[in-house]
Design a protein around this ligand. Structure first.
Ligand code: GLA
Length: 403
């Protein structure tokens, strides 16, 4: 009898241990390349309803965005209004009368995936009910609705520890058994790049993006070039299944010229950033659509090697960004951050070694390679000759070097 009790105790401890370690993980093999999709926040804010979301899903398909690789339709803050008597989260029944499950089914029927938003605190950033204390219940609800992506914010968290709060939701999602891409959105305060790789697939590295070139808002928002600087040196922490997220795109939202929007998009691709469009897909101009669906530029972002590009050299107001690609190819982006046009005369013999993101990494040698301009879609010769070009203010010259 005594031995039996002992055995039961050991079995219980083993089961507990296996159970705990089995839950203490994220889903495997999600987001092996940076997630691509759309989110309601940057353009619609709280002005969301199910018709708009359905129309955006329709536009995602008819505009060619889906063919270009975008798959998530993510509803950000303000879809939720309260909790019922049992503590279940309740969606706004005026704006979403058919309910979240029906909306998810519609989105899935288009071959797309469905994302939702919640927050680690008691309230979301727009003061809607958050998930604190309801993590497991909410995760089960999301699974029953068919949620594929969860963005999890960090407002109204008092003294909550960020890593602990995100691990709780990770474990809750895992226990609910539906694979969900998990976005950690605590804006970089606790340096999530150091711990979040085991917790989610992507983490915000900065405060909120604002639809401008370099403005700064006193509530903590930044124009995209300032966001770029904050994300630029974090590349060593990113890779397949775990990405730095410098926030959603502002392409097509009106605050940037087409040239600036194209540069914004290109630099996000150079940094292997998640590509979450934030514009109204139902009414895109042709230039916005051309930017968001350029397959060769997207291919830099989605390259299977999963390296975040980095600022390689800065000269004469130009930043030269480099991104190693699979098969020993490389992407380079000459970014004219200044307000005047710049001529470049780039000597490949002088600058023939690119380090792999770190000065002590293995260098990448540029020998004789073919040069393709990805925005003009034309060959620019080979690296035998100097690369000569004029780059307009705020514009990029984006090339792929192939053998
Ligand atoms: C925070 C996030 C934004 C957005 C809003 C919603 O500010 O960083 O991306 O989700 O909350 O309230």
């Amino acid at each position: 009898m005594k031995t039996k009790i002992k055995f039961d105790l050991i079995a219980a401890i083993v089961a507990l241990f296996i159970g705990t370690t089995a839950f203490a993980q994220k889903f495997e093999n999600l987001a092996l390349t940076p997630p691509m999709g759309w989110s309601s926040w940057n353009n619609f804010g709280d002005r969301i309803d199910e018709n708009k979301i359905r129309e955006v899903a329709d536009a995602m398909v008819s505009s060619g965005m889906k063919d270009a690789g975008y798959e998530y339709i993510n509803i950000d803050d303000c879809w939720q209004v309260s909790r019922d008597k049992k503590g279940n989260i309740v969606a706004d029944s005026i704006k979403f009368p058919s309910g979240m499950k029906a909306l998810a089914d519609y989105i899935h029927s288009k071959g797309l995936k469905f994302g939702l938003y919640s927050c680690a605190g008691s309230l979301t950033c727009a003061d809607r009910p958050g998930s604190r204390g309801y993590e497991y219940q909410d995760a089960r609800t999301y699974a029953s609705w068919g949620v594929d992506f969860l963005k999890y914010d960090f407002c109204n968290t008092d003294s909550q520890n960020a890593e602990g709060a995100y691990k709780t939701m990770r474990d809750a999602l895992f226990a609910a058994k539906r694979p969900v891409v998990f976005e950690i959105c605590e804006w970089g305060g606790s340096q999530p790049w150091k711990w979040a790789g085991k917790v989610g697939e992507l983490w915000r590295t900065t405060g909120d993006i604002v639809d401008c070139w370099d403005c700064k808002q006193n509530w903590g928002g930044f124009g995209w070039t300032l966001i770029l600087d904050k994300n630029a040196d974090l590349g060593e922490h990113a890779g397949p299944g775990h990405w730095n997220h410098p926030d959603m795109l502002e392409v097509g939202n009106g605050g940037l010229t087409d040239v600036e929007a194209r540069s914004h998009f290109t630099l996000w691709c150079m940094m292997a950033a998640p590509l979450i469009a934030g514009n109204d897909l139902r009414s895109m101009t042709s230039s916005t659509k051309e930017i968001l669906t350029n397959k060769e530029v997207i291919a830099l972002d989605q390259d299977a090697l999963g390296k975040q590009g980095f600022r390689w050299i800065t000269f004469n107001g130009i930043e030269l960004w480099a991104k190693p690609l699979k098969n020993d190819e490389i992407a380079l982006c000459f970014f004219n951050r200044s307000d005047v046009a710049k001529n470049i005369d780039f000597d490949w013999k002088k600058e023939n070694r690119v380090w792999n993101g770190k000065p002590d990494g293995s260098p990448f040698y540029i020998k004789n390679m073919n040069i393709k301009d990805l925005w003009l879609n034309k060959s620019l010769g080979t690296t035998k000759d100097n690369l000569k070009a004029t780059i307009q203010p705020h514009d990029v010259l984006t090339i792929r070097l192939t053998k």
